[in-house]
Design a binder for this molecule. Structure first.
Ligand SMILES: Cc1ncc(COP(=O)(O)O)c(C=O)c1O
Length: 362
């Protein structure tokens, strides 16, 4: 079986974890601080705040921007469920925007008409590892004086206009789930240049704790969203390997681009360097491809089979102008693109996808 994703854990991660276990400091401590420092350096921001997941990173980010009851957040209708759920966690309103058919990302042309007096933030998602088109999004945010919080959960190692994803908007949030471009087991990270926002998030992730004499004073409602040093130790090693692993993903994607036909391969906007968390093709005859992949024991993923506004708890936020998101749900299929693939495996996948149309039963 060729898996759709494969976390690459080496001796370095194992040794780093053993050091933490031997140290006796398993909770959030020096390794977490070091990981935050290195991650901020990597994306080029002043601060990075580690959390327990991408979901909790997004939740903290929205809280730190002051999101509260009735505020509206504009986000793409085509994404992972967490992107919308975190808005609901804050008792706020998700306002769905359609995506661009070619890039899968929020369509900047469709954002402005969704802005109201209640709009507090735009939340672009850098889906599959390609940055959303940030220039027009930032312009709109400045014009209307609203925040930008990037969902970078799939985009470690991606860049836009020469700047790393993580350094855009007010805040960006990453996930370190095991299938991502880098992992900590489970975990998340928020990046920002804003000192006040960073301090607030550090407090919110630790039950609203304040910097006081005794350390057990709590100035606000908060959560336990603290990363462990075990996770951070893995993350530090994974971060060192990230540039090489992203390059390998790009090499695999280039190879697919050159050899796949009959399916629509990913489109990369000129300003973006795609990090290929997923290599997602489109086909109006997806079942033929997926059946052939199954028969040949090749893993694949349908990210995502339905757009967010079609889920039961989100249906009330649906509207008519979300047709591209609906269409994509029927057409996308992601192929393995991870750095663990061998040349033979890549060739086999290409052969199986290309032959799906010619010989559907092979
Ligand atoms: C686009 C997107 N947003 C948010 C998340 C949530 O991250 P996590 O699973 O770490 O909570 C993910 C992770 O799968 C994601 O892909």
């Amino acid at each position: 079986m060729i898996p759709i994703a494969k976390p690459l854990i080496g001796e370095e991660e194992k040794t780093a974890v053993m050091h933490v276990l031997d140290s006796g400091m398993l909770a959030s401590g020096p390794r977490t601080e070091e990981f935050e420092k290195k991650f901020a350096e990597y994306v080029g921001t002043k601060h990075a705040v580690a959390t327990t997941s991408g979901t909790t990173a997004l939740h903290l980010g929205l809280l730190a921007l002051g999101l509260a009851h009735g505020d509206e957040v504009i986000l793409p209708a085509f994404s992972f469920i967490a992107t919308a759920n975190v808005v609901l966690f804050c008792d706020a309103v998700p306002v769905f925007c359609d995506v661009d058919y070619k890039t899968f990302n929020i369509d900047p042309q469709k954002i402005e008409k969704l802005i109201t007096k209640k709009t507090k933030a735009i939340m672009p998602v850098h889906l599959y590892g390609q940055a959303a088109d940030m220039d027009p999004i930032q312009e709109l945010a400045e014009k209307h004086d609203i925040h930008v919080i990037g969902d970078a959960c799939q985009a470690h190692g991606a860049s836009y206009d020469g700047k790393m994803v993580g350094s855009f908007g007010d805040i960006e949030c990453f996930s370190f789930y095991p299938t991502k471009n880098m992992t900590t087991g489970e975990g998340g990270m928020i990046t920002t240049d804003n000192d006040e926002v960073a301090e607030l998030m550090i407090s919110l992730r630790n039950h609203g704790r304040e910097k006081t004499k005794w350390g057990y004073e709590h100035g606000r409602l908060g959560y336990n969203y603290r990363m462990t040093d075990i996770g951070a130790a893995i993350g530090l090693e994974q971060l060192k390997k990230l540039p090489k692993n992203v390059q390998m993903r790009q090499n695999n994607a280039d190879y697919y681009d050159r050899h796949l036909f009959k399916v629509e391969t990913p489109y990369v906007i000129p300003k973006a360097r795609h990090a290929y968390h997923q290599y997602t093709i489109k086909s109006n005859n997806r079942d033929v491809i997926t059946q052939n992949l199954k028969k040949n024991e090749i893993g694949f993923g349908i990210y995502y089979p339905q757009p967010l506004h079609t889920y039961k708890h989100l249906k009330k936020y649906a509207h008519k102008d979300l047709k591209i998101s609906e269409k994509l749900g029927d057409e996308v299929v992601s192929l393995p693109v991870h750095p663990g693939l061998t040349n033979e495996e890549l060739k086999k996948i290409i052969d199986v996808v290309n032959k799906a149309y010619q010989f559907p039963d092979k």
